[in-house]
Each structure stands twice: as C-alpha cells, then as structure tokens.
Design a protein around this ligand. Sequence first.
Ligand code: CP
Ligand code: NVA
Length: 322
Amino acid sequence: MAVMTTTIKRPETLSVQDLLADPDLTHDDLTLLFDLAERVKARPGKYAHALRGKQLAMIFEKPSLRTRTTFEVGVTSMGGFAVYLEHAKPRLGEREAVKDIARNLERWVHGIVARTFAHESVLELATNASIPVINALTDLYHPCQALADYFTLREKFGVLKGMKLAFVGDGNNVCHSLMILGAKLGASVRVATPPGYEPKPEVLEAARTIAGETGGGVETSHDPMLAVAGAHAVYTDVWTSMGQEYTAHLRNQVFAPYRVTKDLMAAADSGALFMHCLPAHRGQEVTDEVIDSPQSVVYDQAENRLHAQKALMILLMQDARA
Ligand code: CP
Ligand code: NVA
C-alpha cells in the first residue's frame, strides 16, 4: 500500500510586516529568523548586497550602545544606509504628530527602527507608515533583544523546547519579551521579582496562554532560589530601566536580595549560563565574579544582536519600497 506523505512547506517570509511586539511572531517566524541569522553569521559576505540601496531611519528617545550600533552596522554591511535622527525634544510627538513623522519617513526610507518610552508610539508609527517599523525597545517589550537571546541559547543548547530559563530581577520590558518568546518556543521560564515589581498581569496571562499551547511554562515568584533551581540559564537586567531613574534609590534597596551572585548561580544547573541584555550595573544586579565568569555569555548575546537583526532586516526590508 502506498503511503501518502504530506510535506508542509515552511513559509519564506515572516507573517508580519513590522516587528512591534513579541506576541505577534509565530513559531515559524522564529524558526525562519534563527535559521537565516545562523546563515548570515556563518557567511556574512554572501549577504553583502542583500539590502543594496535600502535606507533605514533610526529614532531613539533613549540612549543605546548595542541596538544603535548593530542596526547601523548591520544595514551598512548589507549595502544599505542608516540615518540616525537626533531630536531636541525628548519624546516623539512633541515637535510634530507621530503620524506625520511616519508619513514623511515612508516617502524617503525603506524602514524605521524606533526606541520609545510609550509602546503606543511604535504602534502609531506602524499604523501610519507603509514601510516596516521595528521596535528597538519600548517600556513594554524589547523584541530584538529576546530574538538574539533565544538565538544564542539555540546555538549553545541546540534545542529550546523544554529548556529552563530563570529571570531574576525586575518584571520589565526585557522580562516580558523573554516570557512571551520563551513560551512560543516551548521553554520553561521562571521569573523571580520583588513584590510590587512583577511582570504586567496581561503579559503574564498572554505568556501562560501561549505556553499552554506549546507545552512550555511560565511561573512567577518572589524567590530567586526557587526560580534558578535546575535552570539552564540565569538572566538578569538592570534594576532601574531607562526613564525610571527617579526611583533608583528605592529600587537599590528593594532589589538587593535579587543580585545574581556565585551562590545563586550554584543553585542552577551545573552547566548553567549567565545572561544579561546589557548595559550591566556591575555590583548591583550581578557581581563581577559572575558576569566575568566562563558561564557568562553576555558578549555572545551582544554579538548576536547583529546577526539576528540582519536576518530581521533582510526578511522585512528586502522588498520594502520607499
Ligand atoms: N541591550 C540593549 O538594548 O543595549 P542598548 O541599550 O545599548 O541598545
Ligand atoms: N530594561 C532596560 C533594558 C536596557 C537594554 C531598560 O529598559 O532600560
């Protein structure tokens, strides 16, 4: 008897036209991005003209080392060009309406990278621009970071389904993106925050719903030891995110028991990796001993921002027209 086999062809394009928030990405999107990032990393010369003639506008309301550099170097290394928009007013929309910024930029460039305080600002840019908009960090999500982080974990462990990631610290934008993407990938994400600094309930609920469909898991507690027990990777971020500086004094006291130390790492799996999106405040959320240890992969994560975002720009911008 002949056996019928069905081949499901993986899509060659992303299901989205922008990268705004982690929940928007499908599992196929993630596989496509990671596979392309792997090829771009292995043979960068092959993609030297992938974005020939494409221009990128970069709007940053907040400071950046990694994101700005990797997008600018990334697009330039593929034959394109980036223009960094200095603006005297700190918030988008103060000099002119966000929709007018979008409607101007779409006439000149092929993509917009935006780092804003309000998540709504990147959504409004995308609603009003026919070109791709990439979220370069908002108060709610940091999707480019989580893409590079799970790409790094895939390189290190091969398989993401079933892996255990512990996030210790503030339930912030980076934590939100790691929870959602981890759930999509079938990982188990355990978050430990001080009381009052938990991830947003709506993001937690979304992550748990996704995890229910993929076999992953998302748990929160106030106990760092519980979160890291048996973890394959331990992740932390600054206690005070950009824009919250006026709360730093209080946070430095509240978060002190959540510092990632050698003792905390010892409670994780014996081969556990230490991760941080950077910038790190050494001596606060992580000790020098941990961030400088052989377990630390923080500079691999930073390097992979470049490769993951090159893959993202190829998939979003290759056919974009200004
Ligand atoms: N991790 C990260 O986004 O770094 P920057 O703030 O320097 O861009
Ligand atoms: N949570 C940090 C991440 C910096 C990359 C912030 O928003 O400042």
